[in-house]
Ligand binder design. Sequence first.
Ligand SMILES: Nc1ncnc2c1ncn2[C@@H]1O[C@H](COP(=O)(O)OP(=O)(O)OP(=O)(O)O)[C@@H](O)[C@H]1O
Ligand SMILES: [Mg+2]
Length: 219
Amino acid sequence: MSVKSTNITHVEHRVSQEARWAKNGHTSGVVWFTGLSGAGKTTLAFGLEQRLFKKGYQVYVLDGDNARHGINSDLGFSPEDRTENIRRVGEVAALFARAGYIAISAFISPYRKDRRHARKAAGAGFHEVFIDADLDVCEQRDPKGLYKKARAGKIMEFTGISAPYETPENPELVIKTGETTVDQCLGRLIDYVDRTFSPSGAPSEERRKERYAKSNARL
Ligand SMILES: Nc1ncnc2c1ncn2[C@@H]1O[C@H](COP(=O)(O)OP(=O)(O)OP(=O)(O)O)[C@@H](O)[C@H]1O
Ligand SMILES: [Mg+2]
């Protein structure tokens, strides 16, 4: 998307990221779930939010369906609209991370280039989590009856059926939901968050720059 505004400057906050982390007792970032419809993104995102909140984390879920009722209600499912959907959500998730939160985003986000943009918006604190289930498993689950409609030709451009899904090439974490229970998946996710966002694991300025460079190298 081209930038249309001119004559704008960047203004610095007077509260540092480190001060926010110290107050919250953990570092912040974006935990970006990607996967087919029915793979389990929403189920795991809200389960994770609930458990992390109970543990004292500042955490918030951005979910595909909710966003399409609000900030992205003007967008459809064409490739251009899907890209714009993810661009906006990527920016919002990055804002939550800068505010000190762990933002969990649950969007199909089928295109690699769109996920790369979301990574770029969030910088070093971006963690791509592939919520991985085979198409036939998702289709059998069909929690919203969407696959049935897509197969009947009632929904066009449905990911996995009539629109592509580009699997992550180098995600930080893969959660296979076809072979494990919701509880087991949540256990792995909580371990990952505890390890990644622990205050003692708060990266030094140098380490953060290193991680940021590494993150950019993935772009
Ligand atoms: N290990 C698991 N993890 C997550 N969900 C699971 C698991 N095993 C079974 N399920 C079931 O799979 C379904 C996943 O549906 P969910 O709405 O979470 O998918 P989604 O990825 O958010 O899909 P969409 O992109 O359409 O919003 C639920 O009915 C859930 O109970
Ligand atoms: Mg969902």
